[in-house]
Design a protein around this ligand. Sequence first.
Ligand code: NI
Length: 391
Amino acid sequence: MTTQYTLPSAWVDELIEVRRTLHQYPEVGLEEVETTRRIVAYLDAHGIERLDYPLSTGVLAVVRGRHRGPCVAVRADIDALPIEEQTGLPYASKIAGTMHACGHDFHTACVLGAARLAKQVADSASSFAGTILFVFQPAEELGVGAQAILDTGVLRDFQVGAILGEHNNPLLEFGKIGVKAGPLMGSVDEFRIVVRGVGGHAAVPQFTVDPILVAANLVAGLQHVVSRAVSPLDSVVVTVGMFHAGTARNVIPGEAVVEGTVRCLQPSAQDVVEQRLKEFVLNTVQAYGATADIEYERQLPCLVNDARLAQLMAESAAAVVGAQNVVEAEPTLAGEDFAVYQQHLPGCFFWVGTGKPHGWHHPSFDVDERMLKVTSEVFVHAALAWLEAHR
Ligand code: NI
């Protein structure tokens, strides 16, 4: 593709204002009422068609080319986090205890810009065949927003053939776009293990089954599941984030509770870890004469990029930022509910290099807004390239 789609600087200025307003008034998942209102206001001001689907928060919009054709979706997430902002920015959060600490305000503005640019192309003499669906998804941080969008039926109704999304990445050098085929982000599983022993006096342990000792061995041994059940070439993390037991120094309690999370980069590893973790827990507690209840819940699948879409995305990014600024994306075991869409249709999620010192979810997190313009343009390039390839 040789055509350039460029966001005029006046549009960029307006979008940065929109982003800063969103940043000042962050709302956590499923409470994005004002955020939704601001997105609607921007879309309406620029004549972009909104779709009427039952969503309590979040917005669906569509840009139709002059000719009939396939449909591709572009997705932003819009929610914030329960974090007290410490950036000291002039447009820092005005809402106590809530912050856009993952840059979803930036994502929202990027996709608003993409929608406006796509609308301009659609209305021009060089219009396209097909439809671009713009998804402003709520509640990514809660891991339920993508499913809420799927539940509306909009992807089915529009026969969406592919979905594109991005995340700012402070670890990626400013100005770079990171694209990668295959696994990019981790699955998210959570577990809760209740170890039941026999309580008693701390000085006569022979008459007890000490659940703290059993649970401590579980904490240590779970790391062996990672190191001995999974290929060292696969990426897996098991983290115990909570360990609760006991009420007094001289009492062996009756139970101990261990809770944590499992992250895998490869879907195949996810199955292995779940099975081996459960076997390890049950066999270990049995060896000590204790019992255990295990709750194990899969919250998000691995985010795996479609190879052909990743290729198209890399080419589109190169058209905007130059091939020298398109790099292989570094995977992370953080989770992302964009992966939920990919269970139903091909998707590609890419990194936008915002090169800032603080990582996601940090109280001093920030993005470099200068990447807004190119991100909007990359989305439009990629969406139009996909429509062209599938007409
Ligand atoms: Ni995020």
